[in-house]
Design a protein around this ligand. Sequence first.
Ligand SMILES: Nc1nc2c(ncn2[C@@H]2O[C@H](COP(=O)(O)OP(=O)(O)O)[C@@H](O)[C@H]2O)c(=O)[nH]1
Ligand SMILES: [Mg+2]
Length: 185
Amino acid sequence: MSRSLKIVVTGPFGAGKSSFIRTISEIAVVATERRVSDATFASTAPGPRGLRAYGQPDKPYTTVAMDYGRLTLGDDVLHLHGTPGQARFDFMWDILAREMAGFVLLVDAAAPDTFAEARDLLSTFTALRRVPFVVAANKQDLPGAAKPEKLRPVLGLPAETLILPCTTARKTSVRQVLSQLTQLI
Ligand SMILES: Nc1nc2c(ncn2[C@@H]2O[C@H](COP(=O)(O)OP(=O)(O)O)[C@@H](O)[C@H]2O)c(=O)[nH]1
Ligand SMILES: [Mg+2]
């Protein structure tokens, strides 16, 4: 039976979420206009932790990159939604988590200083909805990248959680991660 699955791609800023979705998507990435709620945010371009606000302080709207991509995988159509990596947009995670069939936690395996945040994101998402997920140890092409199994104790993952190697530049690698996830759904 064919399925339409909403998959959320989450992970710390710089983990490779946008790259992951861009590499595999059959359609172009979507950007939306968001109302700027305070001048402080609009005046910081790029914004805190790199989220770009392409706006002037007096402009009511700013463009926030919303990662959305689509992939047909066998009988399944995957709708991939990336999370914005900024605490300010926490409210969006609730929206993103609605009808989520599963999620990918993307970790920059070469950036140990982001592991604590990845662990926090994981607790946030598992608390939002109990759905299948996989962890992708990204940037395996970098010499300093931790091997997938190294992340298990660091992220406090149980033995049954799948931790897969990933390199977002390679389509086959991204596809493999999503294929493993859909098999759990
Ligand atoms: N070497 C390497 N760099 C990557 C990989 N995936 C993403 N990057 C780079 O990491 C940076 C952050 O990626 P991005 O997709 O913007 O991360 P996001 O903040 O999670 O959306 C960019 O410079 C990417 O080119 C990967 O698998 N290997
Ligand atoms: Mg991004």
